[in-house]
Design a binder for this molecule. Sequence first.
Ligand code: ATP
Length: 318
Amino acid sequence: MKKIAILTSGGDSQGMNSAIRAVVRTGLHHGHEMYGVRRGFKGLMNDDFFKMASRDVSDILYRGGTFLQSARSETFKTPEGQQVAVDNLKKRGIDYVVVIGGDGSYRGAQALIKHGIKTFGLPGTIDNDIPLTDYTIGFDTTLNVVTDAIGNLRDTMSSHERVSVIEAMGRHCGDIALQAGISSGVDAILIPEVPYNLNDIAAELKAGFDRGKSHSIVVVAEGAGNAEEVAKELKALSGLDTRATILGHIQRGGTPSAFDRVFTSRMGHRVIELIDEGIDGVALGMEKNEITYHTFDEIFAGENTINKKMYQVFMDLV
Ligand code: ATP
């Protein structure tokens, strides 16, 4: 029997609950003792643990967000803060911690490893910006939310012969904008990974309206520009009526998609198998539909690039 704690950290994402449920239920089935930690690394330092039974994770599979709550903590970045967290784990005899979060949370996970805690990472972020996994938790749900939002905007833009400029999340990674753009058949996609020229885009939009189009849609990842400014500039360059919409936090909400539920159930289950196999200090993901794992050093050294083939698909379909 091992004692295993689980926490969620950084920005929440749809599917975190499903991942927690999978880790806890599989852990209990395999005879381990499971502990929830409230509010991420802050909870580790504040000694905010509770022992979990199977029923503690009932009714959460289909809920967005994280019932363990998430938080950010500057104190945990310091050796002193980390020592308090480690002392709290040690006094309970907890040797294993599962961290669900993004890149920053993975840095926190690695800090725990350096203190001798056997730690795992699950990629909990909607941005799809973690190397060595094809997907991150919540990305697929967010893609569906953004696709629905673009569809709603298309209806009204078409009635008024307007250009809609829609800002999606993604500071360094344009995957949400790119894939939502493909799934919505939009006219232009601006992402941080690919340089763009607003003069060219304005000319293409104008040509489209001259051919008789009733509306156009431009998706911009937040790391590639601000929707209000892009809309203003496109209006000045093309003379078309433009409207900006910043989707904001609605992108992080909603019931997790079937894909996210299955993906997180598989990863959560695999964490416990790895513990039973004596493997630790790794972050899990999915590559080519297999649940895989890598050391945190490998993840940090990995390059997070957009799928160039995917971008080509968009360019050839527009
Ligand atoms: P998101 O993708 O939503 O931004 P994230 O996990 O990257 O999620 P961060 O705010 O970067 O979010 O990190 C979450 C927490 O992880 C931080 O508040 C901090 O407690 C911990 N953390 C981040 N960087 C480090 C570090 N270098 N060392 C130790 N802990 C860290």
